[in-house]
Design a protein around this ligand. Structure first.
Ligand SMILES: Nc1ncnc2c1ncn2[C@@H]1O[C@H](COP(=O)(O)OP(=O)(O)O)[C@@H](O)[C@H]1O
Ligand SMILES: [Mg+2]
Length: 273
């Protein structure tokens, strides 16, 4: 399988976010939900945004690709050397289609119920890569193998006939068909059981090793963050409280909130044992 080329900016950064603020309108007023968040993710690295529900994680993920709906956004996002908020519509769509892939929480809901997996894979692959159907079939089969799915088991099936873990693997094929620069995974394993979660996470890390994409991984679960992330950004009520390498965060958390998160995870681990 082909590996992506190495073009990214001079500092090796695939995505650079500077002072990102997001406002939504409620009761005729703009309400600030994300406040001057900045970070950088390099090729092959994973930054995890860790925070409780409602803290603004998904808004950040969407705003990076200029997909936050009915929002006012300020700050700067550079992806693959392009300033996302300065792009005209066609260039923006091209950037999303060719370089950014999302993986969401509920894999079954992301697939169309009335089309077979094979049909949907081909639709997405041909649209995103420009392959004709013959090349698309070859690419799909190759990628299905990479994510550990037997083509004959899934190709003619409908989404409801597959498990949540299998659906998530199908979505991984759709996400990876373009060899993305950036994968944005928003709580990708929150709706699957613990065994499936660990298999999907280790698959994701293997695939990152191979494809060398930068990953923004979103979770509320510190143990998941510890497994996947090179660096962790702790988000609370729209602010990035701290951003450190995973190891540093565990060894020397800088905020009380991070200390509480670590201590709660340790207490849970002890209780469960
Ligand atoms: N499209 C929207 N319009 C208005 N408010 C929104 C919208 N999307 C999210 N919010 C609000 O913004 C805040 C952050 O939400 P979100 O980014 O989904 O947080 P998280 O992903 O951390 O759970 C929440 O208070 C949520 O209700
Ligand atoms: Mg969310």
């Amino acid at each position: 399988m082909q590996k992506p080329d190495d073009s990214c900016n001079q500092a090796g950064s695939v995505v650079n976010v500077q002072d990102l603020s997001i406002y939504y309108r409620r009761n005729h007023q703009w309400r600030n939900v994300v406040d001057r968040v900045s970070f950088d993710i390099k090729q092959g690295e994973t930054l995890c945004l860790l925070g409780e529900s409602g803290s603004g994680k998904s808004s950040i993920a969407l705003a990076i690709a200029r997909l936050a709906q009915h929002a006012r956004v300020s700050g700067q996002v550079i992806i693959h050397n392009q300033s996302v908020y300065d792009l005209e519509e066609t260039a923006l769509r091209q950037l999303r289609r060719r370089h950014i892939s999302f993986i969401f929480q509920n894999p079954e809901a992301a697939l169309l119920p009335h089309r077979t997996i094979g049909q949907q894979l081909l639709d997405v692959i041909c649209f995103r890569t420009g392959d004709d159907r013959k090349a698309g079939v070859l690419r799909a089969k190759d990628l299905l193998q990479q994510v550990g799915l037997a083509e004959q088991e899934v190709w003619s099936q409908y989404p409801h006939q597959l498990s949540g873990g299998m659906c998530q693997r199908v979505l991984l094929v759709m996400a990876l068909c373009i060899h993305p620069r950036l994968v944005i995974a928003d709580e990708p394993t929150s709706s699957v059981d613990a065994i499936t979660q660990s298999k999907i996470l280790s698959l994701l890390l293997d695939l990152q090793d191979h494809f060398q994409f930068a990953m923004l991984f979103i979770t509320h679960d510190l143990t998941v963050a510890a497994v996947v992330a090179d660096a962790i950004g702790v988000v609370k009520t729209g602010a990035l409280l701290e951003l450190q390498s995973t190891q540093e965060l565990f060894n020397q958390p800088r905020t009380d909130y991070s200390r509480q998160l670590i201590s709660a995870a340790q207490t849970l681990a002890r209780t469960v044992r």
